[in-house]
Design a protein around this ligand. Structure first.
Ligand SMILES: C[S@@+](CC[C@H](N)C(=O)[O-])C[C@H]1O[C@@H](n2cnc3c(N)ncnc32)[C@H](O)[C@@H]1O
Length: 313
């Protein structure tokens, strides 16, 4: 049995805890992430979680008077260079060790960031927030570097986000490598060919090329159709499905964001019966759509606050 802490952006804790439970762990949301436990919890979370930004193994939780002994034990077990994190609150303390060895949102496929890429874990959270399991079509009509469509294709293919990566925990001394390999094998047996189309488009040719290259690097290019199109003129695939999008929010590079939101509003009449999930900076530009969200969640993307909003069209 291993106890872990999986970290996520604020606001996403319940989604992360639910995901970890779906992986077979017992998990509870806590500020900034989720506490979870279970057999091979470290491997399951590092390889299988789409929402966690970081995962650490809990070495100690108890009265702060036990801290020195816990640190000495940790050093002896993992070697002097181990990245141990100590937290104290009141008379209580925890000691944890980073298990991933790098940010989990870096899946390893991103060639070069687009103008304003969404963090991979936030794209995954948007899809989880929308309740998308990949059985229905997915469309991102303002795809930029392709993050939402690529995460959507990986989810629809049930491919573990860490399938092609190695992690720090795999080099820990005394690790049960057979048990870790079994986790990878078990996650791999869930893979399937996505049953529904994944479409990504953007009016910017450079973004379309970048999304195509990223889909190739992520190993999902055969499942993601990437094309150049203005959202206002786009003919969507046969639905209903999910339209998940991160429209421009007004950075210097993006031109007039209100025009982009009007283009999205122009697409919506062709998406009757679909669900819409989007990332917005606030409730300002979103008013252009003239819709009331059925759910909203506030979180952060790259240091800026943002909202996840969901609508039934
Ligand atoms: C915030 S970026 C999307 C970033 C993307 N989620 C990613 O992770 O890279 C917004 C995108 O909307 C595109 N866009 C703006 N107006 C558009 C329109 N009318 N039709 C299609 N795409 C548009 C821009 O070219 C830009 O790539």
């Amino acid at each position: 049995m291993e106890r872990i802490f999986a970290a996520c952006a604020p606001g996403l804790e319940e989604l992360l805890a639910a995901e970890l439970r779906g992986l077979g762990l017992s998990a509870t949301a806590t500020p900034g992430g989720a506490e979870a436990e279970g057999a091979a919890a470290v491997a399951l979370a590092c390889v299988g979680s789409r929402l966690a930004d970081a995962v650490s193994l809990r070495l100690f939780a108890g009265p702060a008077s036990g801290l020195a002994a816990a640190l000495a034990e940790g050093k002896a077990r993992f070697g002097a260079g181990a990245d141990m994190q100590v937290r104290r609150r009141g008379g209580e303390a925890t000691v944890s060790i980073d298990a991933a060895g790098g940010p989990l949102w870096k899946r390893g496929w991103r060639a070069r960031a687009g103008a304003a890429p969404l963090r991979e874990t936030l794209a995954a959270a948007l899809l989880a927030f929308a309740g998308h399991d990949g059985d229905r079509p997915l469309l991102d009509p303002m795809c930029g570097s392709g993050t939402i469509a690529i995460e959507g294709a990986l989810r629809a293919a049930r491919r573990a986000p860490g399938a092609g990566r190695s992690f720090a925990f795999e080099a820990w001394p005394g690790r049960d490598r057979a048990a870790d390999a079994e986790v990878r094998r078990r996650l791999a047996t869930a893979e399937r060919t996505p049953p529904a189309p994944v479409w990504a488009s953007d009016r910017n040719g450079g973004a379309v090329r970048l999304a195509g290259r990223n889909a190739e690097a992520a190993g999902v290019a055969t499942w993601v159709r990437v094309e150049r199109a203005d959202a206002a003129l786009l003919q969507p695939p046969t639905g209903p499905g999910l339209v998940a999008v991160n429209p421009p929010y007004g950075s210097r590079l993006e031109g007039d964001p209100a025009a982009a939101w009007r283009a999205l509003a122009g697409l919506l009449p062709r998406l009757r019966g679909w669900r819409l999930a989007l990332v917005a900076p606030d409730r300002g530009l979103e008013k252009i759509l003239g819709l009331s969200p059925s759910a909203a969640l506030s979180t952060r993307n790259g240091g800026m606050s943002c909202l996840l909003l969901k609508y039934e069209l």
